[in-house]
Write a protein that binds this ligand. Structure first.
Ligand code: COA
Length: 163
């Protein structure tokens, strides 16, 4: 498919549009403070996809300290994919993949060694996108969501960088 969007870092004037995409696409919604906090602390992993009609999608992440799910049980820095969404009319055109690849590329800037996320067990498009980018389902969290649905916890080790 011909690329009809560009990726750029989130900036504060995008807040209203991004919050609107979040409300349209997901039941998990957040306050303006929550979005701005992630932008201020982890700007390299808060990215938007922009097309001729406006913002098509966004991704935002948080860096946390926690135990690795991989061999060793070490305390390590982990990038938590907090939210990713693409407006319905632009879905399944590669936008989500581009946003996620860009966030994965930038996570090592914060010394994150792996990336993890929660996804509804029924959310096949998202689970498939994550699988295609190398995420594995490491466990299931029962009743994780407010409506009682289970989450799959998916994780991926990050590529080593020279920085
Ligand atoms: C999940 C989401 C971000 C994916 O973004 P996207 O731009 O539509 O995804 P892509 O076009 O990059 O697709 C990547 C892969 O995901 C899977 N996928 C995407 N949309 C799909 C669909 N409607 N049905 C089945 N698989 C789908 C496919 O495997 C696809 O690879 P392919 O193009 O080779 O078939 C998007 O569907 C979305 O915003 N959904 C609502 C919000 C959401 O669920 N966010 C994730 C919460 S954890």
């Amino acid at each position: 498919m011909q690329k009809t969007f560009t990726l750029r870092p989130f900036s504060p004037e995008d807040l209203e549009e991004v919050m609107n995409i979040n409300r349209i696409c997901l039941p998990e919604n957040y306050s303006p403070y929550f979005f701005m906090d992630l932008y201020e602390r982890y700007p390299a992993t808060f990215t938007i996809a922009k097309g001729s009609q406006g913002i098509m999608g966004y991704i935002m992440c948080r860096i946390e300290r926690g135990f690795t799910s991989f061999v060793g049980f070490n305390l390590t820095k982990r990038a938590h994919l907090v939210s990713v969404a693409v407006l319905p009319e632009y879905q399944h055109k590669g936008v989500g993949t581009a946003l996620l690849k860009n966030a994965l590329k930038n996570m090592p800037q914060y010394r994150a060694k792996e990336c993890f996320l929660e996804v509804r067990v029924s959310n096949t498009p998202a689970v498939e996108m994550y699988r295609k980018l190398g995420f594995l389902i490491v466990r299931r969290s029962r009743g994780y969501y407010a409506d009682g649905e289970d989450a799959n916890i998916m994780e991926k080790k990050l590529e080593k960088t020279t920085s």
